[in-house]
Design a protein around this ligand. Structure first.
Ligand code: SAM
Length: 260
């Protein structure tokens, strides 16, 4: 996913048939990673105080489950950023159905290349997406966007045990080496934040709106499309890993405030 020479550090290579097949498997899902409305609400309550009509930024918004909830429940103006135009189209239609399209502003750009001025957001939000540029890089890149009293809420996958099963370690090491919650707190502190709360997403958040519909999708893959079959096999392994060793890793929400 990385390219160089054009000044941008991160791009999707939409000509890559493996990536395209993986993305297509995800079209039309309500969410694109573990989460739930209950969790977004919980994180929002942990993030208080937040101004009544916050200027919000949702990074890696996907089809917009959190962007739409924030717009509905806080009267936020939400700038919603994603690199993948198909998800932004889905966000537009979800926002319209929820009656909040006028307060959601989709932007097709990379979360590591944001043009917004310093201090322009009260609430920066990112569920299951910071890993795309790396948690540490994300925290450092986003800090200047926060108003002095602003708050960053970000969920990040990490180990929930000191002794993860070797299969889990091997699987995640190959794609995105995980850290413990304590290590992520240390990174956030070093990046200039105070960690005011953490919240481990319940196991149900992996399945109800993400793995369960995805698993159904996997069974419908065209067996003559090798890229789709490969993408489906990978996701099947990821879901099996969760069933076998899910207690060893989890998504954690971090509520972060910029330190003076
Ligand atoms: N937050 C959404 C949710 O919870 O359903 C989406 C989570 S999904 C696991 C990660 C999202 O990050 C995808 O929508 C993907 O297109 C987007 N993404 C990946 N790399 C990105 C980047 N560099 N900049 C912006 N969005 C990116």
């Amino acid at each position: 996913n990385h390219s160089s020479g054009n000044g941008r550090e991160f791009e999707f290579d939409f000509d890559d048939p493996s990536l395209r097949a993986a993305l297509e498997l995800h079209h039309g899902l309500a969410r694109q990673g573990p989460g739930s409305a209950a969790t977004t609400r919980r994180l929002l309550s942990l993030a208080q105080p937040v101004p009544p009509r916050p200027r919000a930024l949702d990074l890696g918004c996907g089809p917009g489950p959190s962007a739409v909830l924030l717009a509905r429940e806080t009267e936020a103006e939400v700038t919603a950023v994603d690199l993948y135009p198909v998800f932004l189209d889905e966000l537009r239609s979800n926002a319209e159905n929820a009656g909040v399209a006028h307060r959601i502003h989709p932007e097709n750009r990379s979360m590591d290349d944001l043009p917004h001025p310093d201090g322009s957001f009260d609430l920066v939000w990112s569920e299951g997406a910071a890993y795309n540029i790396g948690f540490d890089a994300a925290l450092r890149a986003w800090r200047h966007l926060l108003a002095p009293e602003g708050v960053l809420v970000v969920t990040e996958l990490g180990w929930t045990t000191d002794t993860p099963h070797p299969e889990a370690r091997e699987f995640w090491d190959a794609v995105y080496p995980l850290r413990s919650t304590a290590e992520n707190i240390a990174l956030a502190t070093a990046a200039g934040y105070t960690v005011t709360a953490t919240y481990l997403l319940p196991d149900e958040d992996w399945f109800a709106e993400y793995y369960t519909p995805l698993e159904q999708r996997i069974t419908e893959v065209d067996p003559d499309d090798p890229y789709a079959v490969e993408a489906a096999d990978y996701l099947r392994r990821e879901i099996e890993l969760r069933r076998a060793h899910g207690a060893d890793y989890g998504y954690v929400g971090y509520v972060l405030r910029p330190r003076g």
